[in-house]
Design a protein around this ligand. Sequence first.
Ligand SMILES: [Zn+2]
Ligand SMILES: [Zn+2]
Length: 358
Amino acid sequence: MSETARLRLTISGIVQGVGFRPFLHRLANRLALGGWVRNTAGGVELELEGSGDALEAFQKALRDSPPPLAVIEEIRCEALEKPRGDTTFSILPSEAGEGATLVSPDLAPCPACLSELADPRDRRYRYPFLNCTDCGPRFSILRDLPYAGSRTSMAAFPMCPDCTAEYGNLTSRRYHAQPDCCPVCGPRAWFCGADGTELPGDAIALAQQALAAGKLVAVKGSGGIHLACDAQNREAVLRLRELKHRPGKPLAVLCRDGAPVLPRFRGGSRAARKPAPTDCSPGKAKPGRFSGVERGRDDRRFSSLYPSACPPARRKSGRTGHTDFHKRQPSRRAGADRQRGRYGSCLLYTSPSPRDCS
Ligand SMILES: [Zn+2]
Ligand SMILES: [Zn+2]
């Protein structure tokens, strides 16, 4: 058995908001190492104490199999003079200071969260803001670094006892998930009419009904505001174009997962035939985005799907739902509207510019 030693590791890169500290805590426990970890203004800092073999195994696992969403740029290692007798590992509060670190982008919903979103027995069933250490908003909610719940807009939503228990449970996939929330303690969605008055009812269902009725809806999610309308409703598309002062430029579309149009996006050119990231996966730089279908034969076929939504252009682009909020659109109810020919499988989904809607 090798001698007990103590190391300090300083890690930089995208190491905050990607489940890094929970990963290090589990790894240290598995190797029976004591010490601590904390986020700093420059990344992550930790001290480790244990046998030389275990310390080596820790560093090897860190280099070879870091958390999937992390991007390690540098690991600096410093041998400390004396072990302090730490036999347990803990996560310390983040420490502000000088330095610069990279921020994780918002992360598309992971399969486990999507499964909860669709499970009527789960306490987060149809809750559009669920997240975990592998997914959810990051950059959009950040107010300051180092990354910690108290420095995000989620600080306004104290965790309920159930979420607090998950947050503190090393075996939970929400262990130290800073934006952890649920319908009891987290943000809620609401729907306002044209005069700004909140209307009673399920906000997302109300938005879907408005879209199915050919109305324009401004959707404010965690990452900003988009203007939406049914991409198959000519009048709605023309109205949106008029308000945006965009009479002819192709606008992005938002499609349901599995929407019939998706294969057509991929069918127009050799490049577009490549498998497209039509589903959202954590860690994708641009989750859910796709593009394809070039001018020509396929364009006619495409135009029949979106009258005036996408005029002839060399390439079209769009995305599937990239947050849990968007994954709820359209619902089965809106699907019924679609069957009656009143709701497309795609929305025109475009960001507003300052001069829009004036
Ligand atoms: Zn998740
Ligand atoms: Zn909660």
